[in-house]
Ligand binder design. Structure first.
Ligand code: HEC
Length: 94
């Protein structure tokens, strides 16, 4: 690797790390707003391994569970918020 290429790689990966950290903290805010009152992140993250699960002989992905979970504040299964929440919980469960 040439020094210049190495420098570009280092700067690029630092930016990727910073971007990931920023995204993680905005997902954390989303979790705090929508889930924290009843769940701690660590507990909800552990529940991830239970999904997809079988309910009455049907497969239920986490997206579907969350869509039905809180009728007063619905989360569409294919919404950005659901994707971000699951990404957040996945990151927290590592
Ligand atoms: C008002 C309280 C409340 C809020 C807010 C809430 N939950 Fe829950 N959650 C519960 C209760 C009570 C249960 C257990 C009963 C059930 O399964 O519905 C539960 C169950 C769950 C489970 C299933 C756990 C298992 O072991 O199967 C997951 C996953 C979950 N919640 C995720 C979330 C996420 C993600 C959010 C934010 C979008 C959220 N919850 C918001 C009260 C809440």
């Amino acid at each position: 690797m040439t020094p210049l290429f190495r420098l570009i790689t280092i700067l690029g990966s630092r930016r990727a790390v910073e971007t990931a950290a920023r995204e993680h903290s905005s997902r954390r805010e989303l979790f705090a707003r929508r889930c924290d009152a009843c769940h701690r992140a660590g507990e909800a993250a552990r529940a991830l391994t239970a999904y997809p699960r079988a309910v009455y002989g049907r497969v239920e992905p986490l997206e579907e569970f969350l869509e039905r979970h809180r009728a007063e504040e619905p989360l569409a299964w294919d919404s950005q918020a659901t994707a971000d929440l699951i990404a957040y919980l996945t990151e927290e469960s590592r």
